[in-house]
Write a protein that binds this ligand. Sequence first.
Ligand SMILES: Cc1ncc(COP(=O)(O)O)c(C=O)c1O
Length: 309
Amino acid sequence: MRLGCVAKRLIWEISVYEDLSWLLKFGSTAKLLDEADAKVSVFDHGLLYGDGVFEGIRVYDGKVFELEAHLRRLYESTKVIRLEISLDKSKLVAAIKKTVEANSIVDGYIRLVVTRGAGTLGLNPFICKDSTLIIIADKIQPYPKEVYETGMKVISATTIRNHPLAIGPQLKSLNYLNNIMAKIEALDSGVPEAIMYNHEGYVAEATVDNIFIVWDGVIFTPPVETGSLEGITRNLIINLSKQENLEVIEKNLTRFDLYVCDEFFLTGTAAEVIGIIEIDGRTVGDGKPGPITKRLKEKFFEYVRSPSK
Ligand SMILES: Cc1ncc(COP(=O)(O)O)c(C=O)c1O
């Protein structure tokens, strides 16, 4: 909330640095802090080594959307990197809701970050006594406003997505540097987003979104094993497509497929559903978001705003 009203941008931060009194001390309980007072130690391993994980979550009509699915993915990530969240799940949920309320977010976005916490120099994660938890509730608009209606142009990035057998994209870690490099390639080319391929040249995902194409009325998306995050929006779009009696096939896609498809769209918590109208100078379909894209986008918004959600 950058309305010249920074004081309202409240953040929960939980961290215990009890026997490191020369560092910042926040106490042992969750605190709602003004942005200016929410500080992280320079010895936090999230900052020093990217040692941490995160989730991006939407708020629609004042309700936290798909919180269970996001928490499940968060806990899977923390399990893999052996990181304990310094708050039990029910308190975490309460803190998330409280942060949303305190910031008066009706439609917005939550960034939930868990880092290894403050330690000493050196990689050893177990030197860090307690993890740091940050909850930010704010607004987000990842792409220029007009492209949501008219569709977006993208390029193919030369930077590849993480090798699925290294730190696979399933682990939603704080390390986004290859995605950032791809984003730089996009911005240098004058477009807002880049498509990333995997180590074998198959389509993986965009820098913060999953990919779908439509060809002859059938929807295709790369399997997550190819090297993409198992997006919560992706899963929702697959389910909505099935409800609409549209066939969805998970299959490896090539750059050729993206060049010749009839429709192309991206999905993500922040981006929601966004049509792609050009890739690497090739027009997609007739250069406008296609009918299936539009239909699914409509169904998506109906779903997220339905009273039972
Ligand atoms: C790399 C990447 N791919 C895909 C997505 C979309 O996932 P979701 O729909 O769960 O937001 C994200 C979202 O953060 C992402 O960072």
